[in-house]
Design a protein around this ligand. Structure first.
Ligand code: FES
Length: 52
C-alpha cells in the first residue's frame, strides 16, 4: 500500500493525475483526503512525475 494512513494506492494517484493533480496536496484533495503523517509524500511525488 502506497499510503496506509489514507488507504491510497497507485491507481488513486494515477487517476488524480489524469484529473489534473500536479502536486501531492492535490492528489490528496482529489481523493477526498487530507495528509496525515506525510510519509507517503515522496512516493506520491515520484508517481505524479511518472504519470504526468
Ligand atoms: S502514509 Fe500517507 S499520510 Fe501517512
Amino acid at each position: 500500500m502506497l499510503c496506509p494512513c489514507l488507504s491510497l494506492k497507485k491507481k488513486h494517484v494515477r487517476r488524480a493525475v489524469a484529473d489534473g493533480a500536479s502536486t501531492v496536496a492535490k492528489v490528496y484533495r482529489l481523493n477526498g483526503k487530507k495528509a496525515r503523517c506525510g510519509k507517503c509524500a515522496r512516493k506520491i511525488k515520484k508517481l505524479i512525475e511518472k504519470y504526468s
